[in-house]
Write a protein that binds this ligand. Structure first.
Ligand SMILES: *[C@@H]1O[C@H](CO)[C@@H](O)[C@H](O)[C@H]1NC(C)=O
Ligand SMILES: *[C@@H]1O[C@H](CO)[C@@H](O)[C@H](O)[C@H]1NC(C)=O
Ligand SMILES: *[C@@H]1O[C@H](CO)[C@@H](O)[C@H](O)[C@H]1NC(C)=O
Ligand SMILES: *[C@@H]1O[C@H](CO)[C@@H](O)[C@H](O)[C@H]1NC(C)=O
Ligand SMILES: *[C@@H]1O[C@H](CO)[C@@H](O)[C@H](O)[C@H]1NC(C)=O
Ligand SMILES: *[C@@H]1O[C@H](CO)[C@@H](O)[C@H](O)[C@H]1NC(C)=O
Ligand SMILES: *[C@@H]1O[C@H](CO)[C@@H](O)[C@H](O)[C@H]1NC(C)=O
Ligand SMILES: *[C@@H]1O[C@H](CO)[C@@H](O)[C@H](O)[C@H]1NC(C)=O
Ligand SMILES: *[C@@H]1O[C@H](CO)[C@@H](O)[C@H](O)[C@H]1NC(C)=O
Ligand SMILES: *[C@@H]1O[C@H](CO)[C@@H](O)[C@H](O)[C@H]1NC(C)=O
Ligand SMILES: *[C@@H]1O[C@H](CO)[C@@H](O)[C@H](O)[C@H]1NC(C)=O
Length: 487
C-alpha cells in the first residue's frame, strides 16, 4: 500500500501527481493492449470453423416454465455415489401436478447424479446445468424390462422383453430436455462388454427413448456412452433435436447409434456433432412382418448442418428396419469425416415398405471408405416367419452437390433383380478418390440419371442428361452389375 504524502509538502504533492498520472497512463495502455488482443482473438476464432469459444463462467439458469424445482429439493445428492432415482421420480411427480398451469422445470445442478432409469412427464423441462452429469447405473437389475416394440415383435438382440431406456417417456406431449451443455452418460462400457461376452439375456436399453409422444425438443446438451442406441424417438410427431453433442467410442461400442427416428413424422435434426460406434443417424420404421402390420412410416424429416463420424457403419442411414416405409427425407449440409460409409440406405427381401423421396444435398465426405451406398441384401430377420414376397420399393432418390476427398469407393448402389433401385439422380458431384479409377462408381439393377458432368465418371446403368435436362445418352444396361466388395 502507498503511504499518502504530507499535504503541506508541495514537492511531494507534485511528485505524487506525476506518479499517479504515469500509473494511469500505464493502466490505460494495458487496457488498450488487452482489448486489441481480445478483439483479434475473437475475430480469429470466428474465422476458424469448428472452433468454439469456451466460456468458463457458469451461466444463470433460465426459467423456461412457470415453476422451477431444483433436484436437491427432492433429496438429490450429486456426489456420483448416491442413487438419485427417487429424487428424479419425486421431481417428475411434482411437475405432473402442474400440467394445467404450463408444467414445470427440473433443474439438475452441477454434480454427478447417479440414477436408475426413470420416466418423464408431459409439460416438463429437464434442464442440465453446465457440469451436471446424469449418470446411468450399470447394474442391470435396476433397469426395468419393457415389452418389445410392436413394430419389431421382439427385442432387437434377444426375443421377448427388452430393457427400457435410462430416460424414458410414453404418451407424452410438450417435453424439453436442454441445458448449458450438461451431460447424460449411460456408462455403456459395462453393457458393451457383457454384450460381447454374451452375458445378457435381453436387448440393451437406449439412453433416451420417447414413445408415442409429440412436441419434443432436445437441445444444448451432450449424450454419451449409451448402452445401445443413444436417442430413440419412437412413433412420435413434431420432434426437434438441435445443437447436440452425441459421443461414444468409435469402435467396440456396439449399436451405439446416435439418433434413430423410428416411425416418426415432422422431425428436424440440426446443428449437431455426432461421433459414435455405429450409425450417427439411422431412420427406421419397424422390422419385417411386425413393421408391416404396425404400418407407421417415418416421414417429413429434415437433417441439416451436422458433422458426423462413424468408423463402424455410416454417417446417415435409412433402414435396415424400414418396413413401415420412409419418405420425404432431406439430408443437407452434412460433413462426414473419417468414416467407413457416408450415407447408406439398407434393406432386404422380407422388409416390405418403401424408401422414396429422399434428397441428399451439399454433402462433404472427408476420408471415408465408401461414400454413397444402397444395399438390398441386409438379411437380418426377426424370425423365420418373414414374408419373402414382401419386397421393399426403393425410388426417387437424388444426390446433388456431393463433394469430398480421400474416398475409396464414391458410389455403390447394389440393387437386385428382386429389389431394383429406380429413379436415382446425380447432379454436381466431385469426389476426390484415393484408389484407382475403374470400378469405383459401382451399380447393379439401378435406373436413373446423371445431370451434367460428374466425377468420378458414372456407371453405365445411368442415363446422361446435360445441365438443361436434355437427354444425351440413354442407358441400355440398367441391370448389369459392377459391384466389387474387394474395393
Ligand atoms: C440448487 O441447489 C443447490 C444445492 O442446494 C445450490 O447449490 C444451487 O445453487 C441451486 N440452484 C438453483 C438454480 O437454485
Ligand atoms: C415408465 O413407464 C412405463 C410405461 O408406463 C412403465 O412400463 C415403466 O415401468 C416405467 N419405468 C419406470 C422406471 O418407472
Ligand atoms: C449450443 O449449445 C451451447 C451449450 O451446449 C451453447 O453455449 C450455445 O449457445 C448453443 N448454440 C446455439 C446456437 O443455440
Ligand atoms: C459440450 O460438451 C461436449 C462434451 O464435453 C464438448 O465436446 C462440446 O464441445 C461442448 N459444446 C460446447 C458448445 O461447449
Ligand atoms: C441370464 O440368464 C442366466 C440363466 O438363467 C442367468 O444365470 C444370468 O444371471 C442371466 N443374466 C443376466 C444379466 O440377467
Ligand atoms: C412442435 O413442438 C413445439 C415444441 O417443441 C411447439 O412449440 C410447436 O407448436 C409444435 N408444432 C406443432 C405444429 O404442433
Ligand atoms: C440453446 O442455448 C442458447 C444459449 O443459451 C439459447 O439461446 C438457445 O435458445 C438454446 N436453444 C434451444 C433450442 O434450447
Ligand atoms: C416434406 O418434409 C418437409 C420437412 O422436412 C415438410 O416441410 C414438407 O411439407 C414435407 N412435404 C410433404 C409433401 O409432406
Ligand atoms: C454446405 O455445407 C457446409 C457444411 O458441411 C456449409 O459450411 C456450407 O455453407 C454449405 N453450403 C451451402 C451452399 O449451403
Ligand atoms: C424422380 O425423382 C424425383 C425426386 O428425386 C421426382 O421429382 C421425380 O418426379 C421422379 N420422377 C419420376 C418419373 O417419378
Ligand atoms: C432390369 O430389371 C428390372 C427388375 O428386375 C426389370 O423390371 C427391368 O425391366 C430390367 N431392365 C432392363 C433394361 O432389362
Amino acid at each position: 500500500m502507498l503511504e499518502s504524502p504530507p499535504s503541506n509538502s508541495r514537492g511531494a504533492h507534485l511528485k505524487n501527481l506525476n506518479f499517479t498520472s504515469q500509473r494511469t497512463l500505464f493502466i490505460l495502455l494495458l487496457i488498450i493492449a488487452a482489448c486489441s488482443l481480445f478483439i483479434w482473438y475473437k475475430s480469429f476464432m470466428t474465422q476458424v470453423p469448428f472452433f468454439r469459444v469456451v466460456v468458463p463462467v457458469s451461466v444463470a439458469m433460465p426459467a423456461l416454465r412457470p415453476v422451477v424445482f431444483n433436484l436437491t429439493e427432492f433429496g438429490g445428492v450429486g456426489d456420483g455415489v448416491k442413487v438419485n432415482t427417487e429424487a428424479f421420480e419425486r421431481g417428475v411427480i411434482a411437475i405432473s401436478k402442474l400440467a394445467k398451469n404450463g408444467g414445470g422445470q427440473l433443474y439438475v445442478p452441477a454434480g454427478v447424479w447417479l440414477t436408475a432409469p426413470f420416466n418423464l412427464t408431459s409439460h416438463m423441462t429437464l434442464f442440465l446445468a453446465q457440469d451436471a452429469v446424469i449418470l446411468g447405473i450399470q447394474d442391470e437389475k435396476y433397469w426395468p424390462l419393457l415389452p418389445p416394440l410392436p413394430s419389431y415383435g421382439r427385442g432387437r438382440e434377444h426375443r421377448g422383453a427388452r430393457y427400457g431406456s435410462l430416460i424414458h417417456g410414453q404418451h407424452l406431449k410438450d417435453v424439453v430436455i436442454t441445458g448449458h451443455n450438461g451431460t447424460i452418460d449411460g456408462q455403456g462400457h459395462s453393457w458393451w462388454k457383457k454384450y460381447r461376452q454374451k452375458l445378457l439375456n435381453h436387448t440393451r436399453g437406449p439412453l433416451v427413448q420417447i414413445m408415442w409422444s409429440r412436441d419434443i425438443l432436445i437441445s444444448n446438451i451432450t449424450l454419451r456412452n449409451s448402452p445401445f442406441w443413444t436417442l430413440h424417438p419412437y412413433d412420435c410427431k413434431n420432434v426437434t433435436i438441435r445443437n447436440m453433442t452425441i459421443l461414444a467410442p468409435i469402435s467396440k461400442a456396439p449399436n451405439t447409434d446416435g439418433i434413430d427416428p423410428d416411425s416418426c413424422e415432422n422431425m428436424i435434426i440440426e446443428d449437431s456433432y455426432i461421433s459414435v460406434g455405429d450409425d450417427a443417424i439411422a431412420i427406421k420404421s419397424g422390422w419385417d412382418q411386425y413393421g408391416i402390420s404396425y404400418g407407421r412410416p417415418s416421414k417429413n424429416i429434415l437433417i441439416r448442418n451436422l458433422v458426423v463420424r462413424s468408423m463402424v457403419s455410416a454417417g446417415i442411414s435409412i433402414g435396415s428396419e424400414m418396413s413401415g416405409g420412409v419418405s420425404n427425407v432431406t439430408v443437407e449440409n452434412v460433413l462426414v469425416w473419417n468414416s467407413r460409409r457416408a450415407v447408406r440406405i439398407k434393406t432386404a427381401v422380407g422388409r416390405g415398405g418403401y424408401v422414396r423421396h429422399i434428397t441428399y444435398r451439399n454433402l462433404t465426405f472427408e476420408n471415408v471408405r465408401v461414400g454413397i451406398v444402397i444395399k438390398t441384401d441386409y438379411n437380418e430377420h426377426p424370425n423365420k416367419n418373414f414374408d419373402p414376397k414382401a419386397i421393399p420399393i426403393l425410388q426417387d432418390i437424388s444426390y446433388s452437390s456431393i463433394h469430398g476427398e480421400g474416398v475409396r469407393v464414391p458410389v455403390r448402389i447394389y440393387g437386385s433383380q428382386d429389389i431394383p433401385v429406380r429413379n436415382v439422380s446425380f447432379h454436381d458431384m466431385s469426389v476426390g478418390i484415393t484408389y484407382k479409377k475403374k470400378h469405383i462408381f459401382q451399380c447393379a439393377y439401378v435406373q436413373g440419371r446423371v445431370i451434367g458432368s460428374i466425377f468420378p465418371a458414372p456407371c453405365e446403368n445411368l442415363d446422361l442428361y446435360d445441365e438443361q435436362q436434355r437427354l444425351i445418352k440413354k442407358s441400355v444396361y440398367q441391370n448389369i452389375s459392377d459391384i466389387d466388395y474387394a474395393f
